[in-house]
Design a protein around this ligand. Structure first.
Ligand SMILES: Nc1ncnc2c1ncn2[C@@H]1O[C@H](COP(=O)(O)OP(=O)(O)OP(=O)(O)O)[C@@H](O)[C@H]1O
Ligand SMILES: O=C(O)[C@@H](O)C(=O)CO
Length: 416
């Protein structure tokens, strides 16, 4: 394994694995670290550390990094959300500083840009489409509301050390000038350096210069330029293989409340059987997994949708009534148990919306690794794994995918 990545959630891991596979690295997505890695050039360890206490996120990330070091990785990538999902306490800053210490290196690019999905960084500020981050809908996120678009200022709340910045004009002023700018930041003791990028060419420029950086952090976009560095050193084989095609019934599970998920749920619900989870009933223990499993199986000829997706007002009321973490955990556990029941009852194609939700689902399925297939929409590949036979999956980040994503994904992760 040449490149080892640690992703703070599961949809993020599949997003990054998609980029690395598209750029020609034989990539495997691992559900947690440990055990045998098999034959791959890039390994992405999916963790569920985005919204847990910082100390736990650091411990799990260091464990994953040590495992990746044992696999022989030469370069390491910490993948977080392209909308920088975090809180003033972490976990992006603390995990990055701990990885720098472990890897014995003194600089980490911080670049969540993902232009294909509208995430761009200019003068240290993160945009989503034509809006600043804090006006993009992300200010309403159920777990990590993003209210400051200035990455330098927001990240500084999470770090021990000062944060550096490299602006777009420097990124575009040639590899030598860009390398010198990183050297100057290093000299100034700025270990985390927010780096502007507004298109894929900027990301390739940064990737080229980062060839000798031991640690890089960001969204999946920052990985665009990295496979080429390994290819230029003749380190890559021709190992990317097409996915096998699972066959069987399908279902969609959505626990994301993002603006895009709300549109996707509305779109899919128009023509397909759909079941809205009643949060109150769930919290009162009045809605059981077996009840919903039965409903899905009765409708499984038509690839039904089960969702907890709700608008910000409904989410806030549920959080006020039951507590934010308690409602989130209950819903995630429900989706995990539901997915397990469905897959063990013969569902062979599963499309999941939301990073935390995807983490709960994949962990409940107890699969160890996933293979990466073709891209369905930017940042979301078809995935395949084994559980009682071949299982096709798509793990969609909250705001990713076109409005008709669910129908499209069901077709691309396998056949009926
Ligand atoms: N109706 C609801 N009320 C309160 N919380 C909810 C509701 N529905 C889902 N949640 C919780 O909100 C969180 C949504 O996070 P999740 O990561 O799954 O989606 P996302 O943040 O939109 O996706 P991503 O992280 O990929 O961008 C989960 O913890 C989920 O359990
Ligand atoms: O970077 C992104 O936006 C996604 O891969 C993600 O991490 C959402 O959970």
């Amino acid at each position: 394994m040449l490149l080892g990545a640690i992703a703070d959630d599961f949809t993020g891991a599949s997003d990054l694995a998609n980029t690395l596979a598209k750029e020609g690295m034989a990539t495997t997505l691992f559900v947690g670290a440990g055990g045998k890695a098999g034959d791959c050039e890039a390994g992405v360890v999916a963790l569920k550390t985005r919204s847990i206490p910082a100390a736990d996120a650091v411990a799990q990330s260091l464990y994953a990094a040590r495992w990746l070091m044992d696999q022989g990785c030469r370069q390491f990538l910490f993948k977080y959300c392209s909308t920088f999902d975090s809180t003033p306490h972490g976990n992006i800053g603390p995990v990055t500083e701990a990885l720098l210490d472990l890897l014995g290196t003194d600089i980490a690019i911080v670049c969540p840009a993902f232009p294909a999905t509208g995430r761009r960084i200019f003068m240290g500020h993160l945009f989503v489409g034509d809006r600043l981050l804090n006006e993009s809908g992300m200010q309403n996120h159920p777990l990590t509301p993003m209210t400051d678009p200035d990455l330098r200022r927001f990240l500084r709340l999470q770090t021990k050390g000062e944060v550096g910045a490299i602006h777009l004009d420097t990124v575009r002023s040639g590899p030598e000038a860009l390398s010198s700018a990183f050297a100057a930041e290093r000299q100034a003791g700025h270990r985390l350096v927010v780096t502007d990028a507004i298109d894929d060419d900027d990301l390739r420029r940064i990737g080229k210069v980062a060839t000798d950086h031991r640690l890089i952090t960001g969204g999946s976009g920052i990985a665009i330029g990295l496979p080429r560095n390994f290819r230029d050193k003749n380190l890559l084989g021709n190992k990317v293989r097409p996915l096998p095609v699972p066959t069987g019934r399908g279902a969609v599970l959505c626990g994301s409340c993002s603006s895009m998920s709300q549109k996707q749920v509305a779109d899919y619900s128009r023509d397909n059987p759909h079941y809205a989870l009643d949060t109150g009933a769930l919290m009162a223990g009045k809605l059981t997994v077996s009840e919903v499993t039965d409903w899905v199986l009765q409708n499984s000829h038509a690839n039904p949708l089960v969702y907890s997706t709700a608008d910000p007002g409904t989410v806030s009321s549920a959080q006020a009534a039951f507590g934010r973490d308690s409602v989130a955990t209950t819903i995630e556990r429900f989706f995990g148990e539901l997915a397990l029941a469905l897959v063990d009852s013969g569902v062979r194609r599963l499309v999941v919306g939301g990073g935390e939700t995807s983490g709960a689902v994949v962990e409940a399925l107890s699969v160890r690794s996933l293979r990466i297939g073709a891209e369905i929409d930017p940042g979301v590949p078809a995935l395949a794994t084994e559980r009682n036979g071949l299982l096709g999956l798509a793990l969609k980040s909250g705001n990713f995918g076109a409005v008709d994503f669910f129908a499209k994904a069901l077709q691309q992760v396998g056949t009926a």
